[in-house]
Design a protein around this ligand. Structure first.
Ligand code: NAP
Length: 298
């Protein structure tokens, strides 16, 4: 069965792999098909689901919630992670895309998420991106109110620098549970900019988004050397495909990131499970790093 991890001291317990619902509206599923898809990944042990208020032009949470309304028993088998703090022009009220981390907005967005999901609590609420105008005291005020009312169990951030993380943490009486970051061979900054070191220091597991570069891994000409190296490591490790090697590469990091799977195809989601059994050697890990970056370690 798929491993479960407590993602932070006093934090929630999540499945080792997380199902991402950013692309839900692209999958063309009926509400009943969404129920089936959720049941299928639950059966493989993937219980944690990742969402955001803005996904699918503000439609994904409600579409997922429709499935929870059709099959209410699913809620207690799932962890719901969602985010707020970005305002996109998909909302006609926004003339320009911007960030919004005022207390009132966070409370309002969390209430909307609860309503769309047909639930009375969220497992984890994240601030989606750092906001140049963010006032840590205001975010803390909203987090405390949501915590005290029991509407949100745990809180975290996404795409925060270590300094931004520490700033917000300094205003809170409880530990931020995660920093959700882009981590992949195709995008390696978090590996050396201090973000993952901070997670390791605080014993917080990051959540890793777009591990396959949003599908670019398979299509972009520039990643041919990476695909070649992944194919070689695939043969050495007995993996079934190169994406398993990528997820194993992400999970090899000592901060123990939780990869978020972005595919709407259940066979691809199930295939990810195998990656948890693959442990790359140091040299295999560095060969993949080099093939992606195009240069060796100094
Ligand atoms: P990803 O795994 O990098 O990319 C998923 C895409 O790759 C899908 O379009 C999928 O298509 C395609 N794909 C997967 N396997 C493939 C294969 N073998 N061949 C060809 N195409 C393949 O993940 P992502 O969707 O970009 O991100 C994952 C999750 O991270 C999102 O759902 C969201 O929850 C989260 N996220 C968070 C942030 C943030 O700022 N916090 C940003 C972006 C994403 P199919 O559906 O056809 O398989």
């Amino acid at each position: 069965m798929l491993q479960r991890l407590q993602i932070a001291p006093q934090g929630p317990e999540f499945s080792r792999l997380v199902m991402g619902y950013w692309r839900l509206m692209e999958w063309g599923m009926s509400p009943q098909q969404r129920v089936t898809f959720i049941e299928q990944h639950l059966e493989s042990g993937i219980t944690t689901t990742d969402h955001a208020d803005i996904y699918g032009g503000y439609q994904c949470e409600a579409a997922f919630g429709e499935a929870l309304r059709l099959q209410p028993s699913l809620r207690q088998r799932l962890e719901l992670v969602t985010k707020c703090g970005i305002a996109t022009t998909a909302n006609p009220g926004h003339a320009i895309g911007h960030y919004i981390t005022e207390s009132r907005h966070i409370l309002h967005s969390a209430e909307n998420s609860l309503r769309y999901f047909h639930t009375d609590y969220l497992d984890l609420l994240l601030i989606h991106r750092p906001d140049p105008l963010m006032d840590a005291d205001e975010i803390a005020e909203a987090f405390l109110a949501l915590h005290q009312s029991g509407k949100v169990k745990h809180f975290g951030v996404s795409n925060f620098t270590p300094a931004q993380f520490s700033l917000l943490q300094s205003r809170l009486p409880f530990t931020l549970a995660t920093n959700q970051l882009e981590i992949s061979p195709l995008h390696q900054p978090a590996i050396l900019d201090g973000s993952l070191d901070q997670c390791q220091q605080l014993r917080i597991r990051p959540m890793a988004w777009s591990c396959l570069g949003g599908g670019q891994l398979f299509t972009a000409a520039q990643y041919q050397p990476l695909r070649d190296e992944l194919t070689a490591v695939m043969a050495e490790t007995g993996a079934d495909n190169i994406e398993q090697v990528v997820w194993a590469w992400v999970m090899r990091l000592p901060s123990q990131p939780l990869p978020i799977i972005g595919s709407g195809k259940i066979a691809r989601v199930r295939s990810a499970l195998r990656a948890t059994q693959i442990v790359l050697t140091r040299q295999q890990w560095f060969r993949i790093r080099k093939a992606a970056l195009g240069y060796d370690v100094p």
